[in-house]
Design a protein. Structure first.
Length: 398
């Protein structure tokens, strides 16, 4: 089985590098407790691609079927389906809706007869290439009687909803893992994989991603944006500042070694230089700017060395922040994101935080340090193309 699985993964890498690179981020295991193939979530953030060896040896499962079985799981992960259970009250409809989405992106020879497919339902108008939420709501409305379901369609949905159906059993591994985590752990796990997929889209296999079907690309773009928008921006800001902090070890004769009691000992010095770029071109609400500056002040009090840069299409003002009030900002022209990024690169800073509405051309200068974009409430939407192409972490303020 291992040899055939490796061959399929190589074929996916050659034919569809986006999914091949995504598969490379997963662990692989032979799992008899997995019905066919499935994603097994671990609490530490890793995901196992589990394959049942008995299923893999089925006589009627050809190479196309094996390819489709693996791609089916990778599609779920690319759309972050495993992390969305708590959004939907009826777990069985959540499973059906998720499979209705991904199986539209498999060819006929990659699908098996028992799989959940849109063309198996005939009495309701189902729009193709829509999201998990769309199909869940349509199923919920149809079963509630809002739309007339034919008897064959009722029976078909009943079969798909049965706990013994392979799809329901495969997706149970998502629920089992997520049910053991608290809310913060669930958000962290989803965030880990959002960043992994965002990295594939923006850096690792960008060209391959843009060869995917346009409806699928748009679904992935939208999902990445929605996931980012749900995060508490203040918490993200603090975590970003903490993670960009550097520590230096320095010998000192004033502090004996704790282990040996001799001098020189070692003194730990924390070092952090951040740039705060304030976009003055748009209408940043005073209340939001004040909330942001309060958080910046708290970071400054922890010892961070900060430089404030006021900019629109160019840098108008640049000064060190030492706890003073920022009363007014200079600018109000058009927008260009490149000047502050270039300045931060030149100064070799530890991190760049950009407060903006996001309306402007995609930056051409790549940041050489961690970067966080805080998008104002009236700024660009998470499902916009600009959002997904900004380098670094992007979070919506609320």
């Amino acid at each position: 089985m291992e040899e055939k699985l490796t061959q399929i993964l190589i074929e996916i890498l050659l034919r569809e590098p986006f999914f091949g690179h995504l598969a490379a981020k997963l662990l692989r295991e032979s799992r008899e407790d997995v019905e066919e193939t499935g994603l097994v979530l671990q609490s530490d953030g890793t995901i196992v691609l589990g394959v049942n060896p008995a299923f893999w040896r089925l006589a009627d499962l050809d190479e196309s079927g094996r390819y489709g079985a693996i791609k089916h799981e990778l599609l779920h992960l690319a759309l972050l389906h495993p992390f969305r259970k708590r959004e939907f009250a009826q777990a069985e409809l959540y499973t059906i809706a998720a499979d209705l989405v991904v199986n539209q992106y498999l060819s006929a020879d990659q699908l098996r007869p028992d799989q959940i497919r849109l063309d198996r339902l005939h009495s309701v108008a189902w729009e193709p290439n829509r999201s998990l939420g769309y199909y869940y709501r349509k199923l919920e409305a149809a079963l509630a009687g809002a739309q007339k379901l034919s008897k064959p369609d009722q029976e078909q949905i009943g079969q798909w909803s049965d706990p013994s159906h392979p799809a329901q059993q495969q997706h149970q591994f998502w629920a089992d893992a997520m049910d053991t985590l608290d809310l913060e752990q669930k958000e962290a796990l989803a965030s880990i994989w959002q960043h992994q997929i965002k990295g594939l889209v923006e850096k690792e296999v960008t060209a391959s991603f843009y060869r995917l079907d346009e409806p699928l690309r748009e679904l992935i773009f939208r999902r990445l944006g929605e996931q980012a928008a749900k995060v508490d921006w203040k918490r993200v800001l603090r975590m970003f500042a903490t993670n960009s902090r550097k520590m230096l070890l320095k010998d000192t004769i004033r502090r004996p070694s704790k282990r040996y009691g001799t001098v020189p000992g070692v003194k730990i010095r924390r070092h952090q230089k951040l740039m705060i770029a304030l976009d003055t071109s748009g209408s940043l609400p005073p209340a939001m700017l004040s909330a942001f500056l309060r958080e910046i002040h708290q970071l400054w009090r922890t010892g961070a060395e900060m430089t404030i840069v006021e900019c629109d299409d160019q840098i108008h003002n640049q000064y060190p922040y030492r706890g003073q009030k920022v009363l007014d900002v200079a600018g109000r022209g058009s927008t260009a994101f490149d000047p502050p990024i270039q300045l931060a690169n030149d100064l070799r800073l530890d991190g760049l935080i950009y407060l903006t509405d996001g309306f402007g051309p995609i930056p051409e200068v790549a940041p050489r340090m961690p970067m966080l974009w805080l998008i104002s409430h009236q700024g660009i939407r998470p499902d916009s193309r600009t959002w997904s192409r900004l380098p670094g972490r992007v979070v919506k303020m609320s």
